[in-house]
Design a protein around this ligand. Structure first.
Ligand SMILES: *[C@@H]1O[C@H](CO)[C@@H](O)[C@H](O)[C@H]1NC(C)=O
Length: 223
């Protein structure tokens, strides 16, 4: 009885695993170094060059020792190193960012449609968190990070980081996609082109319509 039960479990596992969701494709060869975009031709990822033509430079990037400028409204800067910077990342399912935060700066609430993120704080003090989905009752998972601390933002969850210290903060993060994508909530909702009707957002966010018009004007003037 027991044996046949575990046999059934194993068989169902074997049947289910091949159909589990995979985001970035798994490479079917050593590598698939991306070649430049062809106009108006799209593939899921990038075309790859002849593997014999691949060079060390295709897997290389330099400059992540430099801070991005935090002279902006949110006082933070994300330097992205994905397949656009390293063509050798094509089909590898991974990328990297450096995030700089001025004192009291923040990386505002956003989500990555294609990646889970693992962040390590190198310098400063961050308050970080993500919110789970409606199904999980929108719980906030938050922590204060000190240098050496690591936090994970699961794929799709809205998350943020705030520098709560008086000094600059620096973090690095790995993402489980060659092109994770970013949806910054405020910019996306209030800064769409053309704008979403203010009445729609007034009801959705339970705000006075004039407040929404104000927000839309503010975010329209930014990129
Ligand atoms: C981030 O930093 C780079 C390099 O300093 C700069 O060119 C870019 O404009 C900055 N982005 C923002 C949003 O401030």
């Amino acid at each position: 009885m027991k044996v046949s039960h575990s046999l059934i479990s194993i068989i169902s596992l074997v049947l289910v695993i091949p159909f589990s969701n995979a985001y970035d494709p798994s490479p079917l060869q050593d590598f698939c170094v991306a070649v430049g975009n062809l106009n108006n031709v799209f593939v899921n990822g990038k075309f790859c060059k002849d593997p014999k033509q691949a060079k060390a430079e295709d897997f290389f990037y330099s400059g992540l020792n430099k801070a991005g400028s935090t002279n902006n409204n949110v006082k933070s800067n994300v330097t992205t190193v994905n397949v656009d910077q390293i063509p050798g990342l094509n089909t590898m399912g991974i990328s990297l960012v450096r995030i700089d935060y001025a004192p009291y700066g923040q990386n505002p609430p956003h989500t990555h449609p294609r990646a889970t993120e693992i962040l390590v704080l190198v310098e400063g003090t961050l308050y970080v968190g993500f919110v789970s989905s409606n199904q999980d009752n929108n719980r906030l998972f938050a922590k204060i990070l000190h240098p050496g601390d690591v936090f994970v933002f699961p794929i799709g969850m809205i998350h943020f980081q705030v520098n709560i210290g008086k000094t600059p903060a620096v973090a690095f993060a790995g993402l489980s996609s060659q092109n994770a994508g970013v949806i910054t909530i405020a910019n996306t909702v209030f800064g769409s082109k053309p704008p979403i009707y203010p009445e729609v957002l007034a009801q959705a966010f339970q705000l006075d319509v004039n407040v929404v018009k104000d927000l839309e004007a503010k975010f329209a003037s930014k990129n």
